[in-house]
Design a protein around this ligand. Structure first.
Ligand code: MN3
Length: 200
């Protein structure tokens, strides 16, 4: 059974002014769709057909012969979550249990946000900034291209796409401004807290 692109969980204009309709149309309808279409073509008729994205990522990471499969499966998974990591009127306060854990591991919510923004700013070229759970501890990390924290045995709680296609229409080259808007005005903390509860 081939993978299919799920619709956005909100309207194309719902994240304005922080992320435009044009960005979502290109990013969801073109980029995300292409990862899924390409992945379907690459796994058709192979032993990976019918496996979950998580299984395909695990089976292809680090295998030079399966690099294309990993890139597209990783990006399909990352974007499936990315749309849910944002919401209209996002940002705001972090749910209690997660906030407590953030303060325990980072000192404050602001310190965690600053570390997350710094990770995104310093990811050279395309990639992702992440808040992850690793052995019961929260940490911030960055990855290149399609790489997902699962590849490093960590659980992603929040990820921000820092590929230029995610911000160039709205912010041009100002990646730090995009990251600040993501953290302060777009993040769906309820979804992050849901993933945290599952991981804890
Ligand atoms: Mn993207």
């Amino acid at each position: 059974m081939a993978f299919e692109l799920a619709p956005l969980p909100y309207g194309y204009e719902a994240l304005q002014p922080y992320m435009s309709k044009e960005t979502l149309e290109y990013h969801h309808d073109k980029h995300h769709q292409t990862y899924i279409t390409t992945l379907n073509g690459l796994i058709e008729g192979t032993e990976l057909a019918g496996k979950s994205l998580e299984e395909i990522c695990a089976a292809s990471y680090g295998d030079a012969a399966k690099q294309g499969i990993y890139n597209n499966a990783g990006q399909a998974w990352n974007h499936n979550h990315f749309w849910h990591w944002m919401k209209p009127d996002g940002g705001g306060s972090v749910p209690d249990e997660l906030e407590k854990k953030i303060i325990e591991d980072f000192g404050s919510v602001d310190a965690m946000k600053a570390a997350f923004i710094e990770a995104g700013k310093t990811q050279f070229g395309s990639g992702w900034a992440w808040l992850v759970m690793d052995g019961g501890k929260l940490e911030v990390m960055k990855t290149p291209n399609a790489v997902n924290p699962m590849a490093h045995g960590k659980t992603a709680l929040l990820g921000c796409d820092v590929w230029e296609h995610s911000y160039y229409i709205d912010y041009r080259n100002a990646r730090p401004k995009y990251l600040e808007a993501f953290v302060n005005d777009l993040v769906n903390w309820d979804y992050v807290a849901e993933l945290f509860a599952k991981a804890a």
